[in-house]
Design a binder for this molecule. Structure first.
Ligand code: ADP
Ligand code: MG
Length: 702
C-alpha cells in the first residue's frame, strides 16, 4: 500500500502529482505520509479581539459579523467587515472573492482565522478564513490542524497546506478502509520498552492529532526512529568493518618507542595523554583495523600522541604517514616531529604540492622501497602516485577538512590490510553531536591540558578603547613578551583576501606609529606574500627579533611561540566561535599569564555580542562548541556535512539529546548482540534499513 504511486490517488491527478514529485520528491503514499506537518494550529483555542497585538501569530476568534461595507473603486475596491466579540470590535478585509463575501449573512455567528495586524489602534485581518458556525462540521472543530510547508509552485497549483492535508487524509482513510496494516519498522520489544504507538497510529496522529498528548507521543516515536536508524546504520557499518577488515598487529614495543620515551621526551605525559596512548595501543594489537578519532582542545598535546603512535608502527617494521590540511601545518608538523625524533635514526620526509621534480621523484621511490619511515604531507599523500611499501598507520590532522571519502582512499594504500587510522581534531564537538557525526569511529578525548597552563584572560574592547589595548601591549612587551595582532580570514576568496590585507595594512600604519622603530619591531605576514618572505617574517618573530606579529589568519594553524602572551583579534565580531577559540589557543603556551583581546565596532548583532560574551566567559573548548552549536545549528559545525544529520526531518540534534541517547544505547545493544541483524526479532530493522538505502541521508554515510 505505501509503495502505491500517488498518480492513482483520488483528488491528485496528473498535474498535481507531477508537481508533488518535482517540488517535494513525493512519489508514493508512503512518502506522502512521511511529509510531516511543521506546525499545528490549535483549533481548540479561541482568542479574544482585545488580546490581539501587532505581533500576534495566527488567531482564531468566535464572534458576530455585524455588517459588510464596500470601500474604494476599481482595482482598489475592497470589502470591510465589522466583526465583534464580547471583548471588542475588529475589521475583516477582502480584496478578492468579493461576490461570495457580499452574500455572507450578517448578524450571524462565525469562526474566523488569520494573522492579524494592528493599524491605527484597530485590529484587522486581511483575507481571514471565515466559517458560519451552524455550517461547521463539528468533528473538524476540536483538533490541532496540521500546517505543511509549501512552495510558490505548489500554491499556484492549488496545493496549499490545507490541500496537502486533505490528500494525506484521503490516504489515511484508504488505509483504514482497506484495513491495511502498515508493517512496523521497529520490533515489538522496542515498542514495548518505550510504550510507542504502532506505526499505523503514529502516522495518523502526526498528521491529525486529537490532542497534544497524542501529538507528543507520535512525534517522540518519529524522532526516535530517525535517530535510531541513523545510529543503527553507523554502528552496523563500524561492526561490519571490524568483521571484514583485519588489521596489522603491532605486537611489540621496540627501540624507536622506548628510546623516544626515555631520551627525547622532555616532559611528563598528562594522564589523559597516557590513557589515550593505551587505548591506541590496544587497537593496534587486537588484529582489527583501528578507526579512531582523537579529540583534544588546541594545545592539549595531540602531536606527541600521534608521534608515539607512529613509532609503534615503525617498531613493527611498518611505515607511517601524517596528513595535514594545509601546507603550513604540514611544515610545522614536519619540524616538530623532526625535533622529537632527533637521534632516533628515523628517515622522515615532507611531501606537499610544493615538492616537485627530482626531489619528489626521489621521495616517491623511497616510499615505495620502504626507505622512508615517516612521511608528512598534505592532500598530496592521497594521490595515486604515492605508493608505500608497508603503510601501517595513517594520522589525519584536523578531520573537519577531510571527508569520509578521503579517509577511505588512504585504505587502498596497502595490499594486505587497510592501515590503522587515527583522526585528530581540535574542533571539540559536543558529545551528542560526536556520537552522530563520528558514529562509525571510536573516540578518544584528551580532556586535560599540560600542567602549568593558566586560563587565558579574555577581554572584549571597542574601537574607542584602543588606548587601553595599546597599554596592555606595552606592558607585555616591556616584560619581554610578544604580541599577535590578527585580521582573521572569513573565506579564502580573492576579494576577501585583498580586503583583509587592506585592513592589515591600515592597521600597520596605526601600530607602527604607536610602536615606532627602533624600540619596536613588527613582523607582517599575509596570504599574498611569497612563501620565502612569509617564512622570513615568521622566523624573525619566532627568534624574538620582532615583538609584534601582524597577520591574516595564516597563523591560525601556524607558528608555536611560547613567548607570545597577547592575542589581539581585530574585527572579532565577524568570526565564528570555533575560529576565535582556535586563534586564542595560539597564546598561553609559555605557562604564564596570557591575554586575548577581542576588538569590535560598537554596533554588534545580538549573536555577535553573544559570541564575544561566550569567549570572555570560558576557555573550555567543549563549552564553546556547545554555544556554537546553539547559535549555528548542527549543519554549520565543521565535520557535520557528511554525517547525515543534515537530512534529519523531525529530530533536532540539540533539543532531542535524551532521545538520541536512548536511541544510541539501544542501537548499540542490538549491534553488539546481532551485528548483521539476522535474528528473527530484528528482521524488521534489516528490512527497513534496506528501504532507507535509497535515501540520500543514508548514502552519504555509507
Ligand atoms: P595540539 O593538541 O594543539 O596539537 P600540541 O601537540 O601542538 O597541541 O602541543 C602543544 C604544546 O604543548 C607543544 O609545545 C607541546 O610540546 C606541549 N606539550 C604537549 N604535551 C605536553 C605535556 N604533557 N607537558 C607539557 N607540555 C606538553
Ligand atoms: Mg596540533
Amino acid at each position: 500500500m505505501l509503495d502505491t504511486s500517488i498518480d492513482y490517488l483520488k483528488g491528485v491527478g496528473p498535474i498535481k502529482a507531477d508537481i508533488l514529485k518535482k517540488e517535494l520528491s513525493i512519489f508514493t503514499y508512503g512518502q506522502l505520509l512521511s511529509y510531516y506537518p511543521f506546525r499545528y494550529i490549535d483549533r481548540t483555542k479561541f482568542h479574544k479581539i482585545s488580546e490581539i497585538q501587532d505581533d500576534s501569530d495566527y488567531v482564531q476568534i468566535r464572534g458576530i459579523l455585524r455588517r459588510i461595507e464596500s470601500h474604494g473603486e476599481g482595482h482598489k475596491k475592497r470589502l470591510v467587515g465589522t466583526f465583534r466579540d464580547e471583548s471588542g470590535v475588529m475589521e475583516l478585509v477582502w480584496f478578492k472573492g468579493l461576490n461570495w463575501i457580499q452574500n455572507l449573512p450578517t448578524g450571524a455567528e462565525y469562526i474566523i482565522f488569520g494573522k492579524p495586524t494592528v493599524f491605527n489602534g484597530k485590529a484587522n485581518i486581511v483575507h481571514p478564513e471565515i466559517e458560519l458556525i451552524s455550517s461547521l462540521n463539528t468533528e473538524l472543530q476540536a483538533v490541532l490542524e496540521p500546517v505543511y510547508s509549501t512552495t510558490e509552485k505548489l500554491n499556484a497549483k492549488n496545493l496549499k497546506s490545507k490541500d496537502i492535508g486533505k490528500i494525506i487524509k484521503s490516504v489515511l482513510l484508504k488505509i483504514e478502509e482497506s484495513k491495511t496494516v502498515i508493517e512496523d519498522n521497529l520490533p515489538k520489544y522496542i515498542l514495548d520498552e518505550f510504550k510507542f504507538f504502532s506505526r499505523n497510529e503514529t502516522l495518523r496522529f502526526i498528521h491529525f492529532p486529537q490532542n497534544q498528548e497524542q501529538l507528543k507521543a507520535a512525534r517522540n516515536r518519529l524522532k526516535f526512529e530517525e535517530l535510531f536508524f541513523l545510529q543503527l546504520k553507523m554502528l552496523q557499518l563500524k561492526a561490519n568493518r571490524k568483521l571484514a577488515y583485519r588489521g596489522f598487529v603491532f605486537a611489540s614495543i621496540g627501540d624507536f618507542f622506548n628510546n623516544f620515551y626515555n631520551n627525547n621526551l622532555k616532559f611528563g605525559l598528562t594522564n589523559a595523554q597516557k590513557r589515550v596512548i593505551k587505548e591506541i595501543r590496544k587497537d593496534l594489537g587486537n588484529g582489527m583495523q583501528m578507526n579512531r578519532l582523537l579529540q583534544g582542545d588546541v594545545g592539549s598535546g595531540k602531536t606527541v600522541v600521534a608521534f608515539m603512535t607512529m613509532l609503534m608502527a615503525l617498531d613493527n617494521g611498518y611505515q607511517a604517514s601524517l596528513m595535514a590540511p594545509t601546507e603550513i601545518l604540514a611544515q610545522q608538523h614536519f619540524k616538530s616531529l623532526q625535533e622529537m625524533g632527533e637521534g632516533l635514526g628515523i628517515t622522515m620526509e615532507l611531501l606537499t604540492g610544493n615538492v616537485k621534480g627530482a626531489k619528489r621523484k626521489a621521495i616517491l621511490k623511497q616510499l615505495e622501497e620502504g626507505i622512508i619511515n615517516i612521511v608528512i604531507g598534505t592532500h598530496a599523500l592521497i594521490e595515486d602516485s604515492v605508493v608505500f611499501k608497508k603503510l601501517g598507520v595513517t594520522i589525519i590532522d584536523e578531520q573537519h577538512r577531510f571527508g569520509v571519502m578521503q579517509r577511505a582512499k588512504m585504505w587502498r594504500k596497502t595490499d594486505l590490510c587497510p592501515p590503522h587510522i587515527l583522526v585528530m581534531t581540535a574542533t571539540p564537538i559536543p558529545r551528542t553531536l560526536a556520537m552522530t557525526v563520528y558514529g562509525d569511529l571510536d573516540v578518544s578525548v584528551i580532556d586535560e591540558m599540560p600542567p602549568g597552563r593558566l586560563p587565558i584572560k579574555t577581554f572584549h574592547k571597542y574601537e574607542s578603547q584602543r588606548l587601553w589595548t595599546f597599554g596592555r601591549m606595552k606592558e607585555e612587551i616591556a616584560k619581554g613578551h610578544q604580541v599577535y595582532i590578527v585580521y582573521p580570514l572569513i573565506e579564502e576568496s580573492e576579494s576577501e583576501m585583498m580586503a583583509e590585507i587592506k585592513d592589515l595594512m591600515q592597521g600597520y600604519d596605526i601600530i607602527s606609529h604607536e610602536f615606532p622603530k627602533p624600540d619596536f619591531q613588527i613582523s607582517v605576514v599575509h596570504g599574498k606574500q611569497k612563501p620565502d618572505d612569509k617564512e622570513y617574517e615568521m622566523q624573525r618573530f619566532i627568534r624574538g627579533e620582532t615583538q609584534i606579529m601582524m597577520a591574516t589568519t595564516v597563523i591560525e594553524v601556524g607558528v608555536n611561540v611560547p613567548n607570545a602572551t597577547i592575542m589581539i583579534i581585530e574585527n572579532a565580531e565577524r568570526f565564528g566561535l570555533a575560529q576565535l577559540h582556535q586563534l586564542r589557543g595560539r597564546v598561553g603556551r609559555g605557562g604564564g599569564d596570557a591575554y586575548c583581546i577581542l576588538m569590535t565596532g560598537f554596533k554588534l548583532s545580538e549573536e555577535g555580542r553573544f559570541r564575544m560574551q561566550t569567549m570572555c566567559e570560558t576557555t573550555d573548548g567543549f563549552k564553546i562548541s556547545e554555544a556554537d552549536l546553539k547559535l549555528r545549528g548542527p549543519g554549520n559545525i565543521d565535520g557535520t556535512q557528511q554525517s547525515g544529520i543534515i537530512g534529519l526531518q523531525i529530530a533536532d540534534i540539540i533539543k532531542d539529546t535524551n532521545i538520541l541517547q536512548a536511541a544510541r544505547q539501544i542501537a548499540q545493544r542490538i549491534i553488539d548482540e546481532d551485528p548483521k541483524l539476522e535474528k528473527e526479532e530484528n528482521i524488521s530493522l534489516k528490512k527497513y534499513i534496506l528501504t532507507l538505502q535509497n535515501k540520500q541521508t543514508f548514502n552519504k554515510i555509507s
